[in-house]
Design a protein around this ligand. Structure first.
Ligand SMILES: *[C@@H]1O[C@H](CO)[C@@H](O)[C@H](O)[C@H]1NC(C)=O
Ligand SMILES: *[C@@H]1O[C@H](CO)[C@@H](O)[C@H](O)[C@H]1NC(C)=O
Ligand SMILES: *[C@@H]1O[C@H](CO)[C@@H](O)[C@H](O)[C@H]1NC(C)=O
Ligand SMILES: *[C@@H]1O[C@H](CO)[C@@H](O)[C@H](O)[C@H]1NC(C)=O
Ligand SMILES: *[C@@H]1O[C@H](CO)[C@@H](O)[C@H](O)[C@H]1NC(C)=O
Ligand SMILES: *[C@@H]1O[C@H](CO)[C@@H](O)[C@H](O)[C@H]1NC(C)=O
Ligand SMILES: *[C@@H]1O[C@H](CO)[C@@H](O)[C@H](O)[C@H]1NC(C)=O
Ligand SMILES: *[C@@H]1O[C@H](CO)[C@@H](O)[C@H](O)[C@H]1NC(C)=O
Length: 792
């Protein structure tokens, strides 16, 4: 036998040594210092580290975190002294002879201790599940464990009990205790509480629901909650939630975030980014206390939410929005020195003087002006009861603005005051136009080139759009074994087999539409529902990606969005099953001249509502990117439903490359300058296309049609826009310019004010400079209350 090479020996020796030093248990006398960041306690599998974590300038906390390859952006899961950081100099954690684990600040006083004692040898171990335990000897009794003292995070297997609520951090960077608490209430229900400086309120489950309405039970007094390794969060009050990646063994953690939401984060292994696989509240604005008093929260794409002060109020603390806004005025108690200012679509939750059903507006206003401390009132008509209700407010907290909320708040302000308009309402004050129209005189041939090149841009943007949705939604690729969970969604969204759909469409025989990457067929499902089945062109997209996308679309729910009932993904086949719309598309209806002015107005409003929901209301903000009359369908009452949203991501890349010029031609009239100039694509892309569609609704003219304009026939894509602009700017009286553009098929007396508003909104939407265009929710606002925006 040959002798081992010296290098091999050395290697063996080193291996032995490294095994030795990574020993993960420590006994009495052991101590680590904040001065040496390499002093770490590692779990045996090295997934977790414990040691001093820097939380500020010369400020450290003893913490446990997920080990990362380069010690970068570590995720802390537990902290001993989150509210009392220690000095970076001469602070230590030591396991004393008596068995007490003590954290000493600057070698002077103890900021934290486990208060344990034992006559035997005591061992400190970080387990592979992230639990730091103190035990007597190798297999002795556990004296103390970090799992019993959760801070803002629960790890799989860690039990939340009646005595240990989760408390959020103060902010993303400040780890000290914040305002949100996840706890078991005295009726055994697990709740989320906003525990602010001056007020506190519960916001999960929704406070107006009784326990069983929220799917909870008050009868089980054990008061425990746990997240298991497969991704199920279950509590003793019968609440269960499963993550979007349920069933896989991943790194997971549940955290009560500083913004008041509980989220489960997952990832495959260290070094990767965490993604959210479940969260308790879908709408960030519904979390209490988020914007502070006198402030209104609205959902914003990408950043999540925005806080804005009510008119007459200013921000209290720029560096911390949760302080809210403070009044810039003083209100005297005298009844005739105040007035009420209407702010639409804003709801303030709680802090009512009382609930007054079936009140007239006058009664409600009188009551609030008589109450000295009344700061305003919520007043709205409820369809289900058939009368309006009045809620005078003592405080304006938990403000939430949503285009879907039909009520309003009336704010008490001193008479004669003229506060600047509420920031979200300043629609008419447009900033000056920046980009001059420079592509007007392009030739058709150039346009072909631009469009071909554009096809590539679309493919690129798809990738961007996809990753945006990805990061928000963070559905991971699913194995086919997880399909089950899709069938459980409440809307009845389900998977169909190919043979089932072939039968339902009678062998794909009745074609009712084309475009958007596939052909649409009429179908009758086995339960006799009439459906529209869209057969996507053969895709090389994987099934899991397809499922991820489809499940986003399937979860969108709005009366002005077409409902998806299910999908089929078998082999090469990709099909989508939608509800069927009796009255076909807006395009067909415009051609056959079936729409009176009222229907046209309502279609414009409904379409705006659907798009506002896509852009701002739902969590997975989605750009439509292909709005045109063919994609707006009408139900039996001529209510519009937007179709084909979210599909740009399902389309095959080859499909786009092969788009012939004629295919694009159909939609090109609705494309915005951003596409052509390779500018960032935002929701204003949809606003532009929407504006073109509205012009088409008003005039009955197609945007790609050539219209005689005074200077001769223009050939660029803005033809319809130019024509309408010319009419408006001619200096004609309002009646005559609206009369000149309106579709001759609109018979009888139309409301000229409303049609004018509609035309003006549409022209705002098609501004070249995207920042000048209103947002979809502003459009909803204007069309819902045209009287506020009339120029007369
Ligand atoms: C760490 O966080 C910073 C800021 O949040 C980010 O810019 C950076 O990319 C992150 N680094 C890693 C390795 O994730
Ligand atoms: C240890 O005892 C001190 C003093 O009684 C107390 O403030 C602290 O909360 C205790 N620590 C733990 C971990 O219970
Ligand atoms: C963190 O927040 C707490 C409570 O608001 C505050 O007292 C502390 O100064 C903050 N720490 C840092 C580093 O900003
Ligand atoms: C109460 O909840 C616990 C934990 O979920 C469960 O193990 C136990 O069976 C429940 N008890 C009853 C009476 O339902
Ligand atoms: C708990 O939930 C399950 C399913 O949601 C239900 O069947 C069961 O009756 C519930 N238990 C109680 C005690 O409410
Ligand atoms: C504003 O908030 C910051 C951060 O919480 C705090 O340090 C500061 O004292 C606050 N300022 C005022 C005027 O309240
Ligand atoms: C209204 O204000 C005037 C003074 O501005 C006062 O004289 C009058 O009494 C007030 N009326 C009521 C009903 O308070
Ligand atoms: C609401 O009040 C009006 C008059 O005050 C009354 O006629 C009507 O019946 C009430 N409606 C309901 C539903 O109570």
């Amino acid at each position: 036998m040959e002798l081992m090479a010296p290098s091999t020996l050395l290697f063996l020796l080193l291996t032995l040594l490294s095994l030795q030093s990574s020993s993960s248990s420590f006994t009495n006398g052991f101590s680590i210092s904040a001065e040496n960041p390499r002093d770490l306690i590692l779990s045996q599998d090295k997934m977790f580290s414990a040691g001093f974590h820097k939380v500020g300038e010369n400020a450290y906390c003893f913490a446990i975190w997920f080990t990362e390859p380069n010690d970068q952006n570590t995720t802390v899961v537990w902290m001993a002294n989150r509210d009392h950081p220690v000095n970076g100099k001469r602070s230590t954690l030591s396991l004393q002879k008596t068995g007490n684990l003590v954290l000493t600040d600057a070698n002077q006083f103890n900021v934290w201790a486990t208060n344990t004692s034992s006559r035997n040898t005591v061992e400190l171990v970080l387990n592979n599940d992230g639990n730091l335990i103190l035990r007597e000897g190798q297999n002795g009794a556990v004296l103390w464990q970090s799992f019993h003292y959760p801070k803002n995070t629960l790890l799989p297997g860690q039990i939340l009990t009646r005595d240990t609520p989760l408390v959020s951090s103060r902010s993303e960077t400040n780890h000290s205790s914040g305002f949100y608490k996840l706890f078991f209430d005295n009726d055994n229900l697990l709740r989320l509480l906003y525990d602010g400086v001056t007020v506190s309120s519960i916001y999960w489950p929704d406070p107006w629901l009784v326990s069983w309405e929220a799917g909870r039970t008050t009868y089980n007094g054990s008061r425990v909650a746990v997240l298991d390794v497969l991704g199920k969060f279950s509590t003793s009050d019968n609440f269960t939630a499963t993550t979007s990646d349920y069933g896989r063994v991943l790194q997971r953690r549940l955290r009560l975030d500083y913004d008041g939401n509980i989220r489960v984060y997952s990832r495959d292994h260290e070094g990767q980014k965490w993604y959210v696989s479940w969260q308790a509240k879908a709408q960030p604005c519904k979390i209490h206390g988020i914007c502070g008093p006198n402030s209104v929260c609205s959902n914003v794409r990408y950043s999540g939410r925005k806080c804005s002060c009510l008119p007459g109020f200013k921000i209290k603390n720029d560096s911390d929005l949760s302080y809210g806004c403070e009044p810039e005025f003083h209100l005297s108690c005298s009844k005739n020195e105040s007035y009420f200012r209407l702010i639409n679509h804003v709801e303030f939750f709680g802090y009512d003087f009382g609930y007054y059903p079936n009140f007239t507006y006058k009664q409600c206003e009188d009551m609030c002006s008589q109450l000295c401390n009344c700061v305003g009132f919520q007043y709205y008509f409820k369809k289900d009861t058939g009368h309006a209700d009045c809620y005078p407010k003592s405080l304006l907290l938990n403000g939430y603005r949503s285009p879907a909320f039909d009520g309003a708040i009336y704010l008490k302000l001193p008479k004669g005051s003229s506060f600047s308009r509420y920031s979200d309402e300043s629609i008419r004050k447009c900033p000056p136009r920046v980009i001059e129209r420079s592509y007007v005189k392009r030739h058709e041939k150039v346009l072909v080139k631009v469009l071909l090149w554009l096809a590539c841009v679309i493919a690129g943007i798809e990738v961007v759009g996809f990753s945006i949705v990805w990061s928000f939604l963070t559905i991971t690729k699913k194995k086919s074994g997880v399909d089950q969970s899709y069938q459980l969604t409440p809307s009845g969204f389900r998977k169909f087999s190919y043979s089932e759909l072939k039968k339902a469409t009678n062998g794909f025989s009745h074609e009712i539409g084309r475009g958007g990457g596939g052909i649409v067929y009429k179908a009758e499902l086995s339960d006799h529902r009439v459906a529209a089945v869209k057969r996507l062109n053969e895709a090389n997209q994987g099934e899991s990606e397809f499922l991820a996308e489809v499940s986003i679309i399937g979860r969108l729910n709005h009366m002005n969005l077409i409902e998806m009932w299910g999908y089929c993904a078998e082999g090469k086949h990709r099909l989508l099953v939608y509800e069927y719309m009796e009255n076909g598309s807006l395009a067909e209806n415009l051609i056959s001249e079936r729409l009176d002015w009222r229907k046209r107005y309502d279609i414009a409003l409904g379409t705006a509502r659907g798009l506002a929901y896509l852009h701002e209301e739902c969590l997975e903000w989605i750009l439509h990117c292909d709005i045109k009359p063919q994609n707006i369908l009408l139900d039996s009452n001529y209510q519009p439903k937007v179709a084909d949203f979210g599909l740009s991501k399902l389309r095959n890349r080859n499909d786009i490359k092969n788009l012939s010029f004629s295919t694009i031609k159909g939609t090109r009239g609705y494309m915005t300058p951003e596409w052509i100039f390779n500018l960032p694509i935002t929701s204003k892309v949809d606003v532009y296309s929407y504006g073109i569609v509205v012009l088409e609704i008003i005039t009955g003219k197609s945007p790609s049609m050539s219209i005689e304009i005074a200077e001769g026939a223009e050939t660029h894509h803005g033809r319809l826009v130019t024509w309408v602009r010319k009419r408006m700017s001619k200096g004609l009286e309002m009646t005559s310019w609206v009369q000149e553009i309106i579709d001759p098929a609109v018979e009888g007396n139309y409301d000229i004010n409303k049609m004018e508003i509609l035309a003006r909104v549409a022209l705002d939407c098609v501004e070249e400079e995207k920042d000048v265009r209103p947002s979809m929710s502003q459009i909803v606002e204007m069309l819902q209350n045209p009287e506020n925006y009339s120029q007369q």
